[in-house]
Every structure is written in C-alpha cells, then in structure tokens.
Design a protein around this ligand. Structure first.
Ligand code: PMT
Length: 411
C-alpha cells in the first residue's frame, strides 16, 4: 500500500496510538486523525478524562473507525485488549496535545490512569506535541520535564508561537495538524528503512574552548546545531553514532552516544579512542590555536600591563584521521567554514587535509550560519560539486545522511 500526504508516503500499513490530552487544542486531533488516515496510517486512541471535556469519545471513534479507550479499570476494554498490549501493538505513540500535567507525569514515570500507564508500559517510540499557556510552557518545572523527556528519547514537535486561546501570545500553541502528521509520516517512513544499520559513525560538533587560565578561554561562535542534527539524521537511518561534542547548550539526540570535551586536544583524544568507525563527519569548529602558556591560576590584572599570551597551533583532528595509515574510516567527511571563494577554498581543504568529501559552507556574518538554524552548503566530492539550496540544518543533515547511506549501499 502506498499513500501520499504532502509529498510524503508510507509504504506499508503503520499504526499510531494517539493519546489525546485535556487541552483546548484537543479538537485539532480530529484533523490529525483524518490526515493520518488519508496517509494510510491506522490510529488507535486513548482519551484522558480531561480530554473528554474537549472532544467526545464518539467523534474520535467515528473518525478512527473503532472504539476509543478511556478507562484503566474497564473490564470490557481489558478483556478486549489489555493496556499493555494497547501500548505495544503500534509503531509509534503520539501524545497530542501534551499538556503540562501529562508531561510532568511522563517525566516522573507516574501511571495514574490509562494514558500514563500505557506511556510507561510501551516499548515503542514516543512523540509529544506540547500545548499549553505560554507561562506554563516557560515555567522552569515544565522546561525541566521537557529536558528529562528529551533525555529519555521522547521526540518533541513544537509547540508553535502565536495567539493563544487564553488571549496571551507566545510559544505554547499546538503545532498545526499537517505539521504533526508530516513528522509522524516522516518518522514512520524511517522506521522500516534503516540503511545504515550496523554502521558505526563518528560526528564532531560544537566549538572548542582553549583555556587561558581556570576562568577564561578562547572560543568561537559555533552552537553545535549542525553537528547534532547530523548525528540525529545518521541515527535515524540506523547508524550507531558517537557524537564528540565541544561545550554546547544542546540536548543529546535520541539514540546517540555523546562524549563531552572542552579543548581541541581533548577532542582529538576522544576521537582517537572512538575509532574504528565506518564513517566520520567533522562538523566541529575546532580552534586553530591554543594558549601555549595557559596558567593553572587565575591571571591577575596588572595596571596597564597586558597578559603575555603565546599561541600554539592545535592538532588538526580531521587531517590526523584522514591520513591514518591504519584504522582510517572508510568515509571521512570534513566541513569547510569559509567567508569567500567558498568552493575553491573548500576544494583545496579537501586535498590539503586528505578527506574524502568536504561540506563547504558560507559563514559570513550576514548568513547567520554560526549559531543559526539554516545553512547553505556545497558538497565537494571526487565526482564534483553539488550545491544545495539554503535550507534548515536538519534538512542539510537529512540530505547528507542520505548521501552517506547511498555511498555505503553502493560499496
Ligand atoms: O555549530 P553551528 O552553529 O551549527 O555552525 C555550524 C558550523 C558553521 C560550525 C559547521 O557547519 C562548520 O562549518 N564546521 C566546521 C568549522 C571549521 O572549523 O571549519 P574550518 O574550515 O576551520 O575547518 C575545516 C575542517 O577541519 C572542519 O571539518 C574542522 O572540524 C576540521 N578541523 C579544523 C581545525 C582543527 N584543528 N581540527 C579539525 O579537525
């Protein structure tokens, strides 16, 4: 069976367990169910007691074409399908709207009703689409719960920013049903298709911090977003990914093993330890220099006198790995951050460092690439230069991960 929605398709019948939480946005789930059904996805539904205040079990049942589950202690429901089986006879569990209360219960592992019991009992991936008042969303407790859920591997869609039913404005709106459906379909497409299964991948990301003394360091503006997105995209294709990360504010993507480092020397040591791998992608913005005479004690400010800092060149991690005589990864991909003559400079970096591919990107200040969400890159390989349109870092990563998987499939 092949169904299409927004250019996405699901090739075999997949199913979703939709847990509808009690928020004003619950009505949008009716449209979500319609879109999933149009894409050939079977939906089963659980309504929380609070959700029943916003949508009726009857309207949900009419759309999914079967009964809706609401009660943990229903003898008839348990006889037909126990809550454990309900939570596992699906490809994906989706919570929408995920209220602050549901998120808190999930983060603490509470099982107080059918919805939370199913969430605790499931062995399937879980996606949540949060929706709540802007202040509830921004509350440290909710943000703590969100961080915990991400750590537990829960995928998060939204929330969007905009006018809210309560009259306030800000982040907290449930993402639109078509955006949620697209994420679900994208995910389900990937579940049956893991071409990088069995492949070990290493990704470097983020800046490095080169100490001047115990409180000061030299750094750069890299956020780590591009490298983290690549690690996530490779893991989504089934790869076993080790992410070696300089200091960032980012959460580790689900299914990825992260090793935290500070300096270029630490990054080289962690990279060497993580070998052998099949492929290595070097997206980190490694500092070219470190302070050779860094101090163990805080350098004191003296009137009028500037500190005497001597710089030394850092090891080049990409070149070191590319030029390994034994244990070299089969595919080594470097990045080139350039502000002018992007392709020309990227091509000479490919030759100079000895890697197989270079992803050359324009990092001029007006592009916002460093720290921003978008990137515009040229993939340089022995076959030539492929210039990709400006797109989100997630899209760059999916495209790169796809090329990498095609490379390994073609071997
Ligand atoms: O982190 P973000 O905010 O998302 O931004 C993404 C990015 C701009 C940092 C990323 O897309 C990028 O371009 N990463 C490489 C940045 C860089 O250091 O480029 P470079 O041209 O100076 O280095 C070339 C290559 O050598 C890179 O693969 C780099 O990781 C590697 N290198 C550089 C120096 C060094 N001592 N060791 C290295 O391994």
């Amino acid at each position: 069976m092949l169904s299409e929605i927004g250019g996405l398709s699901v090739t075999s019948q997949k199913s979703v367990l939709l847990i509808i939480g009690g928020g004003i946005a619950a009505y949008k789930c009716l449209e979500l169910i319609r879109l999933l059904s149009k894409a050939g996805i079977k939906t089963r539904a659980i309504l929380t007691k609070a959700a029943e205040q916003f949508v009726t079990p009857l309207s949900v049942a009419a759309l999914i074409g079967e009964k809706v589950y609401t009660d943990l202690f229903s003898l008839t429901d348990e006889a037909e399908m126990g809550h454990i089986q309900l939570s596992r006879s699906t490809d994906l569990v989706v919570v929408a709207p995920a209220t602050a209360d549901l998120m808190a219960k999930m983060a603490s592992g509470l099982a107080t009703d059918l919805a939370t019991t199913a969430l605790l009992a499931t062995d399937k991936p879980v996606m949540i689409a949060p929706a709540m008042n802007v202040r509830m969303w921004g509350h440290p407790a909710t943000q703590r719960n969100l961080a915990q859920l991400k750590k537990d591997g829960v995928k998060v869609i939204g929330p969007d920013e905009g006018d809210m039913a309560c009259g306030e404005y800000g982040p907290g709106r449930l993402s639109e049903p078509d955006a949620i459906a697209a994420k679900i379909i994208d995910f389900l497409k990937g579940t049956g298709n893991k071409p990088l299964t069995g492949k070990k991948m290493l990704v470097t990301a983020g800046p490095t911090h080169e100490p001047i003394d115990p409180v000061r360091y030299i750094a750069n503006r890299s956020s780590g977003k591009q490298g983290y997105a690549i690690a996530e995209a490779l893991a989504a294709l089934g790869a076993d990914v080790t992410l070696i990360s300089g200091p960032t504010q980012l959460d580790v993507p689900g299914g990825v093993k992260r090793i935290d480092v500070e300096s270029a020397s630490d990054m080289l040591a962690a990279t060497t330890l993580a070998l052998p791998v099949d492929g290595a992608i070097f997206a980190a913005a490694v500092a070219d220099w470190r302070v050779a005479n860094s101090s163990d004690q805080k350098v004191k400010k003296k009137d009028g006198a500037l500190p005497d800092l001597t710089l030394a060149e850092n090891p080049d991690i990409l070149a070191t790995v590319s030029q390994l005589k034994s244990g070299r990864p089969e595919l080594v991909v470097g990045f080139a951050a350039e502000t002018q003559n992007i392709i020309e400079n990227g091509s000479s970096k490919l030759v100079r460092k000895g890697c197989d591919w270079i992803v050359a990107n324009d990092v001029s200040p007006d592009t916002g690439t460093f720290g921003g969400d978008r990137n515009s890159v040229h993939l340089i390989t022995n076959d030539g230069v492929d210039s990709w349109p400006s797109q989100s870092k997630a899209e760059v990563s999916s495209q790169l991960a796809k090329q990498i998987s095609e490379y390994f499939q073609g071997r």
